[in-house]
Design a protein around this ligand. Sequence first.
Ligand code: DGL
Length: 269
Amino acid sequence: MNNHAHDPIGVFDSGLGGLTVVKELIHHLPNEKIVYFGDTARVPYGTKSAETIIRYSRDIVKVLLKNKVKMVVVACNTASSLALDVLKDEFDIPIIGVIDPGAKKAMEVTRNKKVGIIATSSTIKSGKYARKIVQLDKNIVVTSQACPLFVPLVEEGWFDHTVTYQVAEQYLGVIKKNKIDTLILGCTHYPLLKQVLHQVMGPKVQLVDSAQEVALQVKELLTRDGLLRTRLGPCQHAFIVSDEPKQFQRLAVRFLGGGVKNVRRHVYV
Ligand code: DGL
């Protein structure tokens, strides 16, 4: 076993959404301790430039390293699209993003080779998901759609609201016309809209939630590198946020399905 096996896994996101990935990590790796960083003071990333997202992501990895993490999961789709390659070059620690696992899963799931991607504007603009899918199978036809209103709707808790259905109908029109059979939920917040998306897309379309795939890939990597934490028993996860912790704690329940303790604030200098 590697010396670092008992160190925590670092996970970060622009805000709360990455907790959907934490939920899957806890489910698939119950012995692991997690240190989560939510950049709540600087969210959203989905509308910002690559340069800014790279700078923010770099700051966060530095904070996570100070917390002695053994690896980093970039739970944010936007940061994975725009900053992952730079982070991998700059830091000497395993770093996993959410794009490759999601793209791989979609490639395995699709039967008619027509895949849709929904994500933030910056993720769609980067073209990362589409390129990865075509790289895996050049016969797959990809239709992409930015859905910027979904993030605020989720944060408002409007998972089943008439307005959310109307917005989804509007956004998904072109994707539906293209007769996709697989839809990648390319944003941390979208798993909370599964019910709406299922209804709007119809029962024949499979929804790919990259959070589950990421957890499985993290497990694979930790097993391969002898980094799995084998000590049994509950572990205290830690949450770091860049804005006021109270708001994070209040909304975290929606994403994690349970309350969060041990939240502290990081102040950028
Ligand atoms: N976490 C972001 C993502 O997965 C969504 C929220 C934001 O725009 O920062 O793309």
